[in-house]
Design a protein around this ligand. Sequence first.
Ligand code: SF4
Length: 281
Amino acid sequence: MESRQLKEYAFSAGADLAGISGIDRFDGLTRRKDPRSIFPEARSVIMIGRRITRGTLRGVEEGTNFQNYMFHGYNWLENRFIAMTTFRVSEFLEDNGWEAVPLPNLPPEVPPMGVAVRKGVPEPNVMLDFDDAAVRAGLGEIGYCGIFLTPEFGPRQRFQMILTDAVLEPDPLPAEEICPRNGECGGFCPLGAFNGDRELEISGRKMRVAEIDYGKCASCKNGAVKNPHHPAGRPDRIASVCIRTCMDYLERSGRIKSRFRLPFRQRETWTVREEKDLYRM
Ligand code: SF4
């Protein structure tokens, strides 16, 4: 099968983004991070993405409706819309004779939950890092803020993954950077969760990223959502003030492709240090 055919099908099934990496781009990772721990015969890793529509962030931006994001921007998008697209692409692969292992995005920080069933295999559950895999699939980069960014939508997308034994042409890793990495985004965090930075390297791509105190993010009332799967999992920060500000900056500066008639941020944003401590920036 050609990558072009697979992607055409994925886009017809609702994907906004589709990226492919050869399994060799995962060489050298520990068994807990290697897709071959789940499917030893895997030869390609396919990342299927769908956008978080900008309007699902509106209620949080205005501080008047948080459920708008929780359903169409998070739960339903993750568990229904992308899941259906991923399942249909998996069916397409299997109709062509290739096994397809569809995986939801579960937190890779979760510790082992059982015992190894045989020598040489890791304990269940192996949960892969989807942001890391999306970089390897050439879809974008980890921004300084720690969120995956694409040239199409900035921080506005979610992914699922398919492992397959089909050998597919991999996508190149882009050379251009989306994030200016000037550290300014840290200044928008009212809880002071940005603590310096470090260099991250994925498949030869180097990215300077902030060290973030995710314990603070877990209690953040500015649009962050606690991880619904496990307390060890990182909170979802896409609707929080730090990432909404990042998105507005990327749009205004023309660093991403998405274009709208009106800028996202229309008025002074709100922030909260604690639930009872509401103040204006
Ligand atoms: S989620 Fe909240 S605490 Fe975490 S970096 Fe963003 S604004 Fe700061």
